[in-house]
Design a binder for this molecule. Structure first.
Ligand code: LLP
Length: 421
């Protein structure tokens, strides 16, 4: 459920008409609903109750500091994968003890910054990284709290670019090596093992791969405890999928996911951490765009929008589907026609949808891409020298621009022409 509904013939974010925001901010823009973000976060909290738990929002899916503050103020932890994300979480007022640091390539500088600023744990992804962190922490007179991200060799049954739990993927340490690795951690001066981490992929639409991974984590917990290690936390990663179409998709609900966690791992007495991104942010955001032209091609009509692949890259990068709807509510039974929905960028890959049945849209009309809150704004870039798309947050009947559209001067000022040219 989200809070983007038609009211009085016009698509609203909560109590604000998207057309009103478009008139004030211009298009394209991302718009997030505070109520939807809150609700999705609460769903996970309810699903994990009464387990001791921390829901760490995966910042990579939506990293605007205002959104992080909203979630942080509700008590959320944060999952970060770079010092940039770490600093965003801190800027949003999230204390270090609620921030977990994931990622395969943490640098020594990033480790130092997080250790200085405070961190709940590092999720280690390789043995060289483990030794580097021990060195950095020991040089600061600290022991860094760590988990090892194990790679359980499970097929997440998702898009190949976002599956991470198979042995051929670059992520984690093979689960078969975990006991050796924890033994080394116990010998290293700068580390303290606090638990185990696993994350098998994103946009999972079945529970079964999670179940397989959790079984392996349960076995490993027992084995490591038998070896004398303290395993008090299990970080189960993110990855629960969302419906991208209104019609036929029904991915498992957070409640079912929580029940699975309790069934597989509840008896271990560990604190449970999860790192959901998409399920919290995905359906909490839309991308609003205006039709620049309707172009009649040969055997097809193109809807040329002012949003492009640089603003929302998922369709061209993963072949991802986003529902596209008219902001002005079509009358019941109004005719539709197939459109190829494209942006203005100079390559054919800049296509959002082919032969998509849409109302008879015309120049100047507004459309909204649904489910664009996750991996939308964060993956935007300036290709074709198009300024980054702005972001707006709605709560009840008011909205605020939470990232302004850069002007062209700002864009041009970043380039430096050397004096010898
Ligand atoms: N934890 C770790 C270690 C991750 O790598 C990820 C996502 C998450 C948590 C959050 O996963 P989520 O709950 O959002 O599925 N750009 C792609 C998705 C990349 C996901 C990367 N890792 C897309 O647009 O589909």
């Amino acid at each position: 459920m989200d809070h983007f509904l038609y009211r009085n013939g016009s698509l609203h974010a909560e109590d604000v008409a998207l057309s009103e925001i478009a008139a004030s901010v211009g298009t394209p823009f991302y718009c997030y609903s505070a109520a939807t973000l809150t609700r999705h976060y609460q769903l996970f909290k309810e699903a994990l109750s009464p387990l001791d738990n921390l829901v760490c929002f995966a910042i990579k899916s939506l990293s605007n500091v205002a959104v992080l503050k909203l979630l942080g103020d509700l008590g959320a932890g944060m999952d970060v994968v770079s010092v940039g994300e770490y600093l965003r979480a801190r800027a949003a007022g999230v204390p270090g003890e609620r921030i977990v640091f994931s990622g395969v390539g943490k640098t020594r500088e990033e480790m130092r910054t997080a250790l200085e600023g405070g961190i709940r744990q590092f999720n280690l992804e390789s043995e060289p990284e483990m030794r580097a962190l021990s060195e950095v922490a020991a040089s600061m007179g600290l022991r860094a709290p760590v988990t090892v991200r194990v790679n359980p060799d499970v097929d997440a049954k998702t898009h190949e670019k976002i599956a991470t739990g198979k042995s051929e993927n670059k992520f984690g340490i093979p689960i078969a090596r975990a006991r050796e690795v924890y033994a080394e951690i116990a010998r290293l001066p700068g580390l303290e093992a606090v638990g185990i981490d696993v994350h098998i992929g994103s946009q999972l639409t079945e529970l079964e791969p999670f179940g397989q991974a959790f079984d392996k984590v349960a076995d490993l917990t027992a084995a490591l405890r038998a070896d004398g290690h303290t395993i008090r936390r299990l970080d189960l990663g993110g990855g629960l999928g969302i419906p991208y179409t209104r019609s036929n998709e029904a991915p498992p609900l957070p409640l079912d996911y929580g029940a699975l966690i309790k069934e597989k791992l509840g008896h271990l007495g560990c604190e449970i951490e999860i790192e959901p991104g998409r399920l919290i942010s995905g359906n909490s955001g839309v991308l609003v765009s205006r039709v620049i032209y309707v172009k009649n091609g040969e055997g097809r009509d193109f809807l040329i929008l002012d949003a492009a692949m640089n603003d929302l890259v998922r369709p061209s990068m993963y072949g991802a589907h986003h529902d596209i709807v008219a902001v002005a509510e079509p009358a019941p039974g109004a005719p539709t026609q197939p459109f190829d929905v494209v942006g203005p960028i100079c390559e054919t890959g800049d296509t959002f949808a082919k032969a998509r049945d849409l109302p008879l849209l015309a120049e100047g009309d507004l459309v909204a891409f649904r489910s664009a809150g996750a991996y939308g704004a964060v993956m935007a870039n300036e290709y074709n020298s198009r300024p980054l798309v702005p972001e707006v947050l709605v709560r009840d009947d008011h909205f605020a621009v939470i990232r302004a559209r850069p002007d062209y001067d700002e864009m041009l000022k970043r380039d430096i022409v050397p004096e010898w040219l």
